[in-house]
Design a binder for this molecule. Sequence first.
Ligand code: XMP
Length: 322
Amino acid sequence: DWKMDSFVENNVEALKKRIGSGKVLCALSGGVDSSVLAAMLAKAIGKQLTCVFVDHGLLRKNEKEEVCAVFGPGNANGFDINFICVDARDRYFAKLAGVAEPERKRKIIGEEFIRVFEEQAKQIGKVDFLAQGTIYPDVVESGLGGESTVIKSHHNVGGLPDTVDFKELVEPLRNLFKDEVRQAGRELGLPEYLVSRQPFPGPGLGIRIIGEVTPEKVAIVQDADAIWREEIAKAGLDKEISQYYAALTNMHSVGVMGDERTYDYAVALRAVTTTDFMTAESYNMPWDVLGTVTSRIVNEVKHVNRVFYDCTGKPPATIELE
Ligand code: XMP
């Protein structure tokens, strides 16, 4: 697509000009927008860019490894940047211990992100630019999850601390729609699993575990979710479904395993189709896919003895469970 080619080229040139020999700081979440932003800046200014990626312990299985493979030292894309991966897992788990209320969980996760990012920024010192992956739908405040700011306190890397010391904001994706951002990502050589990623909320698995979040529960939901994603891809349905994930309900129920009675967790599977994420429909999932996933989850993931499929649309449900 010549238009995108020139978009990337023109923007890389424009960024070079604007940034000059300045230093740029970027919070990288591994989502589509921040990844394309980081790739574009990497191409334009290389080592003048520092990307901070925070592992809050609430990422999906292999997510950290995937981001490090693309942007970290020795990456296959030739991105020569300063890449900082902060292991903040213990901090988050400590803060989240004993907290069950959804809005409090969201607040804690959002605030802790700001704290971690501030600490990193302080170590880096004054930067000239702070880069943000704002895209057009964010600007007009519609589109992806825009409405739920009212219902749920939203958190993503767009909401950065105002205490970070920088001169100017740089937002090269401001005029792009989501599909244009993805196309730009492809032009920049980002892997398909990154550019075609489904939305993942800022608070991560923290809002896909109903009630208190613990490392053990995160491990369960990560494993169940990885199986769900793998089987959906195998069935060739990943392009048809807008968003899908496994969540951990806070419910224990009785089951049987051999001669033993079990009392274990129930996993909820969700898959929705939507055009704007403001309303959504539960996906009409083939029974054989559900059957395969269910038996894999109860067999492969410890402490799960029951699997539910969420048939609810939005409204009245939301896409996420919290
Ligand atoms: P809900 O659950 O409100 O979700 O129907 C609508 C869309 O927004 C995503 N979502 C978030 N995205 N930060 C984000 O960046 C958040 O805090 C957040 N909460 C929900 C959700 O995954 C869905 O795509």
